[in-house]
Design a protein around this ligand. Sequence first.
Ligand code: ADP
Ligand code: UDP
Length: 236
Amino acid sequence: MEKKELLHEGKAKRIYATEDETLVIQEFKDDATAFDGNKKGSITGKGEINCTISSILFEYLHSYHVPTHYVRRLEGNMMLIKKLDMIPLETVMRNIATGSLVKRLAFPDAKPLDYSIFELYLKNDDLGDPLINEYHAFAMGIARPEEIRSMYRLTAKINAILKSFMERRGLVLVDFKLEFGRDENGDLILGDEISPDTCRIWDRKTHKKLDKDRFRFDMGGVEKAYQEVLDRISNV
Ligand code: ADP
Ligand code: UDP
């Protein structure tokens, strides 16, 4: 499948058209950003590692009948995906308190949560991706009530599947972000990526961070940490 015109260039990926108008190519970049794009950098090899990790996780989710946009892996840092009409929302699920939850609500950092927390964010760089609830999304005409219910159900299901997948590999799934879109039939499908850029993942024994927090907080060893996640999830 050949890359045609560039349709979208985001902070971490590029989307290209293909000869099939229902399919696009998602190309993962080495570029990294954090804190609403205020911190910028590059992590050598990140694009290909994230593409591989995302492909493995999407394939694994397919085995549990989770609908995703993933079609197949292409060479290097590219993935063939179904073109979706993206819903400008981000769903976040948290199993352990950290990050913005600690800043905003003073949860003790690294505290395991008795009840997982589901959050919705509006995907809007100008507004700094604010936290919203479903009523904001309905009022803005972004998504219908049944779509938000499905986004919640799928995010919770994906959390259960990936939490135990990671646990069996000595990893902890701390929190993660997902994006959904509609396919040509209007069905809700998981899009975007699932990688250490969009999930927090810790080593189970040492709680060593193996995700983008190493970049956010200049902890070093970012590429090595991403590679470690890939090595662990590749061992079935
Ligand atoms: P951002 O736009 O947040 O900077 P990226 O660099 O990750 O993010 O760019 C990827 C873009 O592609 C995002 O806007 C994302 O919503 C969009 N996208 C993800 N999956 C699909 C898909 N299947 N079809 C169309 N667009 C998609
Ligand atoms: N996240 C993401 N993209 C965003 C915001 C958050 O992928 O635009 C992920 C982030 O990597 C973490 C989870 O969502 O795994 C929760 O992030 P949090 O709200 O703690 O925000 P942050 O610390 O990124 O400000």
